[in-house]
Design a protein around this ligand. Structure first.
Ligand code: FAD
Length: 422
């Protein structure tokens, strides 16, 4: 940061979207001594906040809204970031280098960072418009959902991914009758091995959650009021009574602004390792962006995680400041359910061997995924310090045998130290 050769620029950087990615790039730019204006537009009225607790401690009422705030107002003041909250950007005029706001105002930019995130994917089936069907993406969604969480009520969750399972854990602890419906043959099927899915299914069932897999939701029927949901209809003819429903079936990236402006998109705004879009003056970061070729995974992928959002923000800020550093770190993620802290690194698809360190019968183990003798991913449950070592094993593409990884007597640090450089 104190490098005298750093290029300082007086240009205006506008950022659309005040989530964690937008907030991070805004403040980092100033740390990189960007001299010009930095304007951060966010359509929500809150200071940029962290979404992960929305399905965990915040939903459970264990923390208040203040604890969600990513950076205090003072951080933006100090960095002289112009925060324009409650302000929606309606269009990007690329030729004129202007943003058009919902207020009718035009704002000029030299560089633009799109950090518009995504929205909950809607379930498009008959009855989807009935009352008491909820989604979970923003603070406003939690404000609607939380009052529903009263003991004895029947909650049906559509989707056995992280968000659905985290909400199930919170709700069953509160004494609700919770059913999770998952279309795939097992929960977390896209991201974990069958052994890890089975562990989570067992844990949830033991806590009182009913889990039904291989179930397609085909519609909702109304209760006696005719206005609110009363049951969930499944493809196999089953009707599951519900007082309310949470749908957690993934995210649709907010790419419309970029598409209308003619930027290249393909299930996300296509960016390179420096977060550059197809327009050299426009960057895209976080959930709305898709890596044309991820620096570590070396494939096209869109990642939905805080670590990815922050890394892409770092890459964009560094590039704009004239000190390009590509995003190339192995992806990682976490999920909290009950007293289980799951931390995952790498991507497990395409693994040819699985090694389990510890026992899936307890509540502390690591699943290592190997491909051609190298560790490509790990799911660590309640093993935070070994997770750090696992990240090294994955990041450094270290060769290890499944037997060594599974052997608790062999320290992971030893495997790292013993590995020959790749
Ligand atoms: P967002 O946080 O979505 O922010 C984008 C912002 O842009 C929004 O505020 C939006 O309103 C605004 N915006 C959009 N369009 C416009 C416009 N035209 N004008 C102005 N503003 C606009 N990740 C993890 O790593 N671990 C977890 O445990 C985890 N749990 C999660 C639990 C839940 C319930 C959810 C919803 C997400 C979770 N995630 C988790 C994912 C993580 O929160 C996201 O990957 C991260 O928030 C992405 O940040 P972002 O800044 O790209 O997008």
């Amino acid at each position: 940061m104190s490098d005298d050769k750093e290029i300082v620029s007086a240009s205006t950087v506008a950022i659309v979207g005040a989530g964690q990615a937008g907030a991070e790039v805004a403040t980092l730019l100033r740390q990189h001594r960007h001299q010009g204006r930095i304007i951060l537009f966010g359509e929500e009225s809150f200071l940029p906040y962290m979404r992960p607790p929305l399905s965990k401690a915040y939903l459970a009422g264990e923390i208040g809204a203040d604890a969600l705030i990513y950076k205090a107002q003072a951080a933006y003041d100090k960095a002289e970031v112009e925060l324009r909250l409650g302000s929606r950007v309606d269009a990007i005029a690329r030729g004129a280098k202007q943003l058009l706001l919902d207020s009718g105002e035009d704002v000029a930019f030299d560089k633009l960072v799109i950090a518009t995130g995504g929205r909950a994917r809607k379930l498009d089936v008959p009855g989807a418009g009935l009352g008491n069907i909820f989604y979970l993406r923003a603070i406003a969604d939690v404000e609607l959902l939380r009052p529903q969480l009263c003991a004895g009520r029947r909650l049906v969750i559509v989707g056995g991914g992280y968000v659905g399972l985290e909400v199930a854990a919170v709700a069953v602890k509160r004494g609700l009758k919770v059913t999770v419906l998952e279309g795939a043959p097992r929960v977390l099927a896209r991201v974990t091995a069958p052994e890890v899915s089975a562990f989570y299914e067992r844990f949830h069932r033991a806590a009182g959650v009913e889990i039904r897999t291989g179930v397609t939701v085909i519609g909702f029927t109304a209760d006696s009021s005719g206005a609110a949901v009363g049951a969930v209809q499944c493809g196999d003819g089953l009707e599951i009574p519900a007082d309310f429903v949470l749908v957690g079936i993934g995210l649709a990236p907010n790419t419309e602004l970029a598409e209308a402006a003619g930027l290249a998109t393909d299930g996300g705004i296509i960016v390179d390792a420096f977060s550059r879009s197809s327009d050299p003056d426009i960057f895209a970061i976080g959930d709305c962006a898709i890596h044309a070729e991820h620096g570590f995974l070396q494939r096209k992928i869109r990642l939905e995680s805080v670590p990815n959002a922050l890394e892409q923000a770092r890459a964009a800020a560094a590039f704009i400041a004239g000190k390009p550093v590509p995003a190339a770190v192995a992806p990682w993620f976490w999920s909290d359910q009950y007293d289980l802290k799951l931390q995952m690194a790498g991507l497990s698809d395409g693994y040819d061997k699985l090694a389990i360190r510890g026992s899936t019968k307890g509540s502390s183990f690591i699943a290592f995924y190997l491909r051609e003798g190298r560790v490509i991913a790990a799911d660590a449950i309640n093993r935070p310090s070994e997770f750090m070592a696992s990240k090294r094993l994955i990041g450094d593409r270290i060769k290890a045998s499944a037997a060594e990884l599974a052997d608790e007597a062999v320290s992971l640090k030893f495997l790292i130290a013993a590995a020959a450089p790749v």
